[in-house]
Write a protein that binds this ligand. Structure first.
Ligand code: ATP
Length: 212
């Protein structure tokens, strides 16, 4: 799974999703928008609209799934509940991976039931371009007490088991794109061309989203 606010989904998310799926040889990557992430400000755009943008961005990309399951829950949605559902659906033997950017990972200690997250799935941490570490270098501010000896240094070692491992991954194309910057540009009437999938940009313009 690759969760997020996706407010809006951009090419940093989508290209990372494609590359993670290739590198880990995943059958499927569920991209799951959170309706109201517990630890963040309210997203600017309604959950269903963010899901529509995600669907438009994914288009016919093989293996990527726009998954609206968290939108059906009332109240805040917790990743641990989503992983429990996925674990049930795919079974105990399936290899399940939770993908997070380094910025999200560093706050993982604040998430609901973080220890359980690590038990339910592998955690794969993506470098973002502004992060200083080199591939497989120790993570400086990571929630260490949660990690124990979970960290492995290769995809092969990670994928030997259904879950419980941690891998720090530096993907080939790390893109310095953030939704915050895209929202800022749209609110100021600046161009967002080539930061978003074309279909996503078209919808944002047609619906006058993020105009501030
Ligand atoms: P914002 O700027 O609003 O915080 P964001 O661009 O970081 O948004 P989120 O929806 O918060 O996007 O991110 C969802 C997940 O995608 C998080 O795990 C985040 O770390 C990761 N992510 C976001 N942008 C990138 C990127 N350019 N490359 C790799 N991972 C990213």
């Amino acid at each position: 799974m690759f969760g997020g606010t996706f407010d809006p989904v951009h090419l940093g998310h989508l290209r990372s999703a494609v590359e993670v799926r290739e590198v880990l040889e995943l059958d499927r990557l569920h991209m799951i928008p959170a309706p109201q992430p517990p630890l963040r400000d309210r997203p600017q755009v309604a959950p269903l609209t963010r899901l529509e943008l995600l669907e438009a961005g994914i288009g016919d990309t093989p293996g990527l799934v726009a998954d609206g399951r968290e939108l059906e829950r009332s109240g805040p949605s917790y990743t641990v509940d989503t992983l429990k559902e996925l674990r049930q659906e795919y079974g105990d033997e399936a290899r399940l991976v939770m993908v997070v950017g380094l910025d999200a990972f560093l706050r993982l200690g604040q998430w609901r039931d973080p220890q359980r997250l690590f038990e339910l799935a592998h955690v794969v941490v993506l470098d973002r371009p502004d992060s200083p570490q080199h591939s497989h270098a120790p993570l400086p501010d990571a929630p260490w007490e949660l990690l124990g000896d979970r960290e492995v240094d290769s995809v092969a070692k990670l994928m030997q088991r259904p879950g419980g491992g941690l891998l720090h991954l530096r993907l080939p194309s790390r893109m310095a794109i953030s939704a915050t910057e895209i929202r800022r540009r749209l609110a100021s009437g600046l161009s967002v061309r080539y930061l978003l999938a074309e279909a996503v940009e078209r919808r944002i313009q047609a619906k006058h989203l993020y105009r501030g």
